[in-house]
Design a protein around this ligand. Structure first.
Ligand code: MF3
Ligand code: CO
Ligand code: CO
Length: 242
């Protein structure tokens, strides 16, 4: 558990560093270089690099890209962009995984609502965790909040157990029914990482690169992810921003 805390702190620190550096005119390639450098300075390894052949150290998913965007030197960030940055760090054989969506000014009201709702959605998903909670409780909490706020949840990807590997069982759905699904026990580490889309169409399509997942209708999307440890009374967030 202490090794997981250390790995989580590294991922959170690198994500914060990227968030502080983001500005219009930066390229995806520069973000990738920053993540490689910052992760190495912390004695860790960017776990996404080479994962099933993923070609970069970080996922950068802009505007209608829901997740798994490949940072590219040709992609220049512009005012008004919503930039999701997903960092996974491996330290001493253990993993921390965290994502945030940052807004480059100016931020319109719809984008502001989406961002706030996506962050709240992660929070309500984490809030139901404790020893004895069920995976369906997480999905129910996330899905209901999204629906009430005029957003929808991407169902093609979900959270996951995490530890010696970045992705381990169980799969964590961000929609579901309360009181169903596997029961969680104290000591389990997992991620909660709902991807929200403005409006009621969360369907996504895969680009020709085999990674980039875009909303079918071009709608804006946002994602927040924490790695957490289930405890007797709740959950300890391992990737809290420093
Ligand atoms: N960090 C992502 C997650 O939250 C995983 C991305 S896999 C990659 O699960 F290969 F695209 F990096
Ligand atoms: Co994850
Ligand atoms: Co992630």
């Amino acid at each position: 558990m202490d090794a997981m805390r250390r790995a989580g702190r590294v991922a959170a620190a690198t994500l914060s560093r990227v968030g502080a550096a983001l500005r219009p005119g930066m390229t995806g390639g520069e973000l990738d270089a920053l993540v490689r450098r910052d992760t190495a300075e912390r004695g860790a390894r960017p776990a996404q690099l080479g994962y099933h052949g993923f070609p970069a150290a970080v996922c950068v998913s802009v505007n209608d890209v829901a997740c798994h965007g490949i940072p590219r030197a040709t992609e220049v960030l512009a005012p008004g962009d919503l930039v999701s940055v997903d960092v996974t760090s491996e330290l001493g054989g253990w993993h921390g995984d965290t994502c945030a969506t940052f807004a480059l000014e100016p931020l319109g009201p719809d984008a502001a609502h989406l961002l706030a709702t996506a962050e709240r959605c992660r929070a309500v998903g984490i809030a139901v965790l404790r020893d004895g909670a069920r995976l369906g409780d997480v999905g129910h909490a996330c899905g209901e909040l999204a629906r009430r706020e005029g957003c929808s949840v991407v169902t093609e990807v979900g959270g996951h157990g995490i530890g010696r590997r970045m992705h381990q069982p169980p799969h964590v759905h961000h929609v579901g029914r309360r009181g169903t699904g596997r029961r969680l026990r104290a000591g389990v580490a997992l991620t909660v990482e709902p991807i929200l889309v403005l409006g009621n169409d969360a369907s996504v399509v895969l680009d020709d690169d085999g990674w980039t997942m875009r909303t079918r209708a071009g709608a804006l999307s946002a994602q927040f992810e924490h790695t957490v440890l289930v405890t007797a009374e709740g959950a300890e967030v391992l990737t809290r921003a420093p």
